[in-house]
Design a protein around this ligand. Structure first.
Ligand code: SF4
Length: 379
């Protein structure tokens, strides 16, 4: 499998109260300095590892809010990637965008740059939910953005939604899903709200001002999501990801799930190859100082042992509709799940996993607790 390339754009118009990504609010000048440093970072991977990193077939602009970077800046970044990192011919380019940044001109420019998957951070069509999440767009803006993007000629149009907000009813979440489906996207990503400690929501939770949705309620909404979208012609192919047709599945994210090598550039970006994972400095300043000094801005590296590798493969694989290739797992990590063990038999009898040839797969009920199953099966 060809490697993938991820580019982290760390800017947002404001920082949402639940966000724990590496993001800052940056002005035009700061963004331009970032673009120059990102271009410089591509040069730090060009020659020494040309063989290892040649032939990227996916390029993913994530963040943060990549739609805050001007199309001509994206063009310069793509030109640097082409000349220094030698991607495959015609790589699949993904761009995350916020609805408030979508205009007809921008959509045309993104298409002209070769963007094939546009992923819109809608999060909800409910004004109260959008306000609670601190988002900068209205439901109408979200709808108009999706409608405009749908006619712009992208191969895949994706919508991101968030559920599991405190007190959210089944009816409210169902309404969000139905509104999204009615707009005809090719792909949906539905994430459960997680309250991270070092966020505004984390502080409010500690003060007793915010109560997370209990796990059993989250599970009800999780199952509702998978059933409703399956019946609407968007079956889940991963715990949070739904696609109309196989060609709309994220070929970039699939690399994360099956441990295909990927290189991440930009602050906080993670990379993986073989058994090695490394990540860049999280702060924009530290990342930029390192790049500007001509050094790869790596903050830390870890080498996965058999146990960690097996646990990750199980966790990632059980979240996908493909499942875990148990023969490959036995060869790469020495973990033999090709034959039934008491633990495995119990999970199968409980209807949480099933075998399909060389693959072990979570059932829909199992998918809701896939991490726990992986821990149960890992050595
Ligand atoms: S727009 Fe996305 S990346 Fe930016 S602050 Fe909000 S959640 Fe975080």
């Amino acid at each position: 499998m060809a490697p993938g390339l991820y580019l982290h754009v760390p800017f947002c118009a404001t920082v949402c109260p639940y966000c724990d990504f590496a993001v800052v609010v940056g002005d035009v000048e700061r963004r331009e300095r970032f673009v120059r440093s990102l271009i410089a970072e591509t040069g730090l991977w060009g020659d020494a590892d040309a063989g290892a990193w040649e032939g990227f077939d996916t390029i993913y602009f994530g963040g943060g809010t990549p739609s805050l970077v001007e199309p001509d800046q994206l063009d310069r970044i793509l030109a640097a990637i082409s000349s220094r990192l030698r991607p495959a011919d015609d790589p699949w380019i993904f761009l995350e965008a916020n609805p408030e940044d979508v205009t007809v001109e921008r959509l045309r420019a993104w298409r002209a740059l070769g963007v094939r998957t546009l992923s819109l951070g809608v999060q909800s069509f409910d004004p109260t939910a959008l306000e609670f999440l601190g988002r900068g767009h209205t439901p109408d803006q979200a709808r108009r953005a999706v409608e405009a993007a749908a006619t712009a000629g992208f191969s895949t149009l994706s919508i991101d939604l968030i559920y599991g907000l405190p007190g959210q009813s089944e009816a409210a979440w169902r309404s969000d899903l139905e509104t999204a489906v009615a707009l005809g996207p090719d792909h949906l990503s539905c994430y459960q709200l997680t309250v991270h400690e070092k966020t505004v929501f984390g502080v409010r939770k500690r003060r007793g001002e915010l109560e997370e949705m209990p796990e059993d309620r989250q599970a009800v909404l999780f199952l509702l999501t998978h059933r409703l979208l399956r019946d609407a012609g968007l079956p889940g192919y991963e715990a949070c990801s739904f696609a109309r047709e196989p060609e709309h599945r994220s070929r970039h994210n699939t690399k994360y799930w099956d441990h295909t090598p990927y290189l991440g550039l930009g602050p906080s970006a993670h990379s993986f190859a073989g058994r090695r994972r490394w990540w860049n400095h999280r702060s924009l300043g530290a990342w930029q100082r390192s790049v500007d000094a001509g050094e790869r801005p790596i903050q830390a590296t870890e080498e996965l042992g058999d146990r960690e590798l097996a646990l990750e493969r199980l966790m990632l694989g059980l979240r996908t509709s493909v499942g875990v290739d148990v023969e490959a797992l036995a060869i790469s990590c020495g973990v033999d799940l090709t034959r039934d063990s008491p633990r495995l038999e119990r999970l199968i009898a409980d209807g949480l996993v099933e075998r399909d040839g060389r693959y072990l797969r979570a059932t829909l009920r199992g998918l809701a607790v896939a991490d726990g199953i992986a821990r149960d099966l890992a050595p």
